[in-house]
Design a binder for this molecule. Structure first.
Ligand SMILES: Cc1cc2nc3c(=O)[nH]c(=O)nc-3n(C[C@H](O)[C@H](O)[C@H](O)COP(=O)(O)OP(=O)(O)OC[C@H]3O[C@@H](n4cnc5c(N)ncnc54)[C@H](O)[C@@H]3O)c2cc1C
Length: 226
């Protein structure tokens, strides 16, 4: 196969990049190691900042998030046992926070991709990125017992921190900035209505941080510091 941009990874970044390139008239193929169903069932994020919602609209996939996302005009900070509402909308000239599951974002992008007839290869095994610093990069992968090749002008590594692209970059070519915190979060996803549907609650207490977030009006996402 031949394409202008071979995108590795069909998470939100790979699919969104594919959509933006397509809108700009640039041909692309997405290559993903998992199945489409697996990607769609992988529960992760759920809170979208304004910049993300705007970008989805620009990419032509903003209709459902606008119709079905739960809009928050404020957030709440809690400390010393007192709730402090912060008027995000008023203080930022109209920006809001939108609760809309990452799986829904992925579904919208997948639907747009198939409606546009763009190629996505799921369940691609042993993906390798080759000659990416030359004029003729090649992506190879295995599927149905055969090795396939995608010739391209550019390879876009959208396969996350543990993916093959980052690991293929020569040592020293990436500058890393990292801060390690001495604690972690326990996250609980529960099919119960959220504590607060109008704002996400960020709470500080003597026993550490707690977050009351949500995925929808019937599904809650809670975090406690450990
Ligand atoms: C529990 C949790 C909660 C989160 N909550 C929020 C939130 O509320 N708001 C927010 O903005 N963000 C949140 N995030 C972060 C958000 O989920 C990530 O930023 C987002 O998934 C990154 O998207 P991505 O497309 O870059 O990577 P990914 O979603 O990781 O996608 C990478 C894709 O590449 C594929 N891949 C990996 N290796 C290979 C390979 N070798 N070959 C081919 N394909 C490969 C993977 O299967 C995957 O589909 C959360 C993350 C987690 C884990």
């Amino acid at each position: 196969m031949r394409t202008q941009v071979a995108i590795i990874g069909a998470g939100p970044s790979g699919l969104l990049l594919g959509q933006l390139l397509h809108k700009a008239g640039i041909d692309n193929i997405v290559i993903e190691r998992q199945s489409g169903d697996y990607v769609l069932s992988r529960i992760r994020a759920g809170i979208l900042e304004q910049i993300t919602v705007d970008l989805l609209a620009e990419a032509g996939v903003g209709e459902r998030v606008k119709a079905e996302g739960t809009v928050h005009h404020s957030i709440e900070l809690v400390f010393a046992n007192t709730r402090h509402p912060i008027d995000v909308h008023g203080l930022t000239g109209g920006k809001v926070v939108t609760a809309y599951g990452q799986t829904e974002v992925t579904r919208d992008l997948m639907d747009a991709r198939s409606a546009a007839g763009l190629t996505t290869i799921y369940s691609a095994g042993n993906v390798t990125v080759n000659d990416f610093d030359t004029d003729h990069p090649v992506v190879r992968y295995e599927k149905d017992g055969q090795t396939h090749e995608v010739l391209c002008d550019f390879i876009a590594g959208c396969d996350g921190f543990h993916g093959v692209c980052r690991a293929s970059v020569p040592e020293g070519a990436i500058t890393e900035y990292e801060k390690v915190y001495p604690f972690g979060w326990l996250g609980v996803l529960a099919d119960v209505p959220p504590v607060s549907t109008h704002a996400i609650v960020y709470a500080n207490s003597e026993r550490g941080f707690g977050l009351c977030s949500m995925r929808s009006l019937t599904r809650s996402r809670y975090y406690v510091q450990c």
